[in-house]
Design a protein around this ligand. Structure first.
Ligand code: C2O
Length: 358
C-alpha cells in the first residue's frame, strides 16, 4: 500500500513563513512509554462503557447563526476550559492548535523509506479527511470537558445569506473565550465575507452584489466541480512530494476565508491567515465544521458524486490524535467515510455506530 502515514515519534521543527511571531515548536508530547490505540479498539472499548448502553451517541451540528444563548454559553465555556488546562495537556487549546501546525507545516516525516518527504495535509486529497478527523477529536474533547456527550460544533454557514458574516458571539471582546484579537478588524459584522477574497486586491462590493457574487461562487465551487479530482484535490501517496493540488472548496472559500480573517498588522496575517497559527483562533473550528459539511453535501449532489472512497491508499492514510481521555489514537481515513459495502469489515460496521448527523 502507498497510504500516507506520519512517523509520529519523529516530529521535528516545522517550516515557517518569514518573521513568524510565535515559537516554531509544534510537536506534541509523546506518551511515555510510547503507545497508542487503534481507533477500532477504541470504539469497541467505548461501546462497552456503560454510558453508551442506551445506544449510539449522536451529535447534531447546527448552523452557527441559528443556535440559542444556552448553546453559545456552552461553547464559550468549553473553549475557556480548554484554554485554562495546563500547557502540556494535549487537550489544552494551544496544544490543539499545534496539532494543526505540525500536520500542516511539515512537522512529520513520512514513514520509512521516505523520511525525506514531509507530510502536509493541505492541497491534496488528504485535506477533507484530515480536517474531519481533527475537528472530530476536538469536538469530543470539548463535549467531554463540559459534560455533554452529545455536544456538536456549530458550522459557520458562510454559504447561506444569513451566515455571510462572522457569528457575532465570536466578536464580543469582554473576556469571551470565543473572541480573538489577531483578526482583520475591517471584517467584523456587519461586513459580509467575500468567499473569493483576494488578499492582494480586495474588491469593493455593495451588500447585494456581495451576496449574489458569493452564491454564484458557491455554485461554481460545489456544483461545477463535478469530479473527485476537481473537488477533493489530487491523489497524494506515500513517497509523493507534498501539495500535489488542492480541490475547489479548499482553494476557495476555505483558503480565502482564512485570508479574509487574518490580522492586518501581523507579518503573515496571523492567526487565521497562515497555517502555523490558524487554529489558535476559535473561529477555525466552526469554519472547518462548515467545510466538513460541504464535503458531505457534495457527495450527495445530483444523485451522488464519487470521492476517493474506493481507493485503498486514500482510505488507509492515517493520523494520530489525542482523545478526550488523553489516549493517543491512530485513525484511518476509512473511519470517517463510508466505504463501498463490499469493502467493509466487521469492525467498520461496528464503527458506524459513531454517527455524524449533518
Ligand atoms: Cu488546515 Cu483551514 O486549514
Amino acid at each position: 500500500s502507498r497510504a500516507i502515514s506520519p512517523d509520529f515519534t519523529k516530529c521535528g521543527p516545522v517550516d515557517l513563513p518569514p518573521h513568524a511571531i510565535t515559537p516554531p515548536y509544534c510537536c506534541p508530547n509523546l506518551p511515555i512509554p510510547f503507545k497508542f490505540i487503534d481507533f477500532k479498539d477504541y470504539i469497541i472499548a467505548n461501546n462497552n462503557n456503560s454510558s453508551r448502553s442506551s445506544g449510539a451517541i449522536i451529535r447534531v451540528r447546527r448552523a452557527a447563526h441559528l443556535v440559542d444563548d444556552e448553546f453559545i454559553a456552552k461553547l464559550e465555556k468549553g473553549i475557556s476550559m480548554m484554554k485554562s488546562l495546563p500547557n502540556d495537556d494535549p487537550r489544552n487549546f494551544i496544544q490543539q492548535a499545534k496539532v494543526h501546525c505540525a500536520y500542516c507545516n511539515g512537522g512529520y516525516p513520512q514513514k520509512h523509506p521516505f523520511q525525506d518527504q514531509k507530510i502536509d495535509v493541505h492541497r491534496s486529497w488528504l485535506f477533507f479527511p484530515f480536517h474531519r478527523l481533527y475537528i472530530f477529536f476536538f469536538e469530543r474533547i470539548l463535549g467531554n470537558l463540559i459534560g455533554d456527550p452529545n455536544f456538536a460544533l456549530p458550522y459557520w454557514n458562510w454559504d447561506s445569506i444569513q451566515g455571510m458574516q462572522i457569528p457575532s458571539y465570536f466578536t464580543t471582546p469582554n473576556s469571551s473565550s470565543l473572541f480573538h484579537k489577531l483578526r482583520n478588524y475591517k471584517h467584523m459584522p456587519p461586513q459580509l465575507v467575500d468567499l473569493n477574497y483576494d488578499i492582494l486586491s480586495p474588491k469593493i462590493r455593495t451588500q447585494d452584489q456581495q451576496v449574489s457574487y458569493n452564491l454564484a461562487f458557491m455554485y461554481k465551487q460545489m456544483v461545477l466541480a463535478n469530479t473527485k479530482e476537481l473537488f477533493m484535490g489530487s491523489p497524494y501517496r506515500l513517497g509523493d512530494s507534498a501539495q500535489p493540488g488542492p480541490g475547489s472548496v479548499e482553494f476557495a472559500p476555505h483558503n480565502t476565508i482564512h485570508d479574509w480573517l487574518g490580522g492586518v498588522d501581523t507579518p503573515n496575517h496571523e492567526d487565521m491567515g497562515t497555517f502555523y497559527t490558524a487554529a489558535r483562533d476559535p473561529i477555525f473550528y466552526v469554519h472547518h465544521s462548515n467545510v466538513d459539511r460541504l464535503w458531505e453535501l457534495w457527495t450527495k449532489l445530483e444523485g451522488g458524486r464519487r470521492d476517493y472512497r474506493d481507493d485503498p491508499d486514500w482510505l488507509d492514510s492515517e493520523f494520530f490524535f489525542y482523545d478526550e481521555n488523553l489516549n493517543l489514537v491512530r485513525v484511518k481515513v476509512s473511519t470517517v467515510v463510508k466505504r463501498p459495502k463490499k469493502m467493509r469489515s466487521k469492525e467498520e460496521k461496528e464503527q458506524e455506530e459513531e454517527v455524524l448527523v449533518i
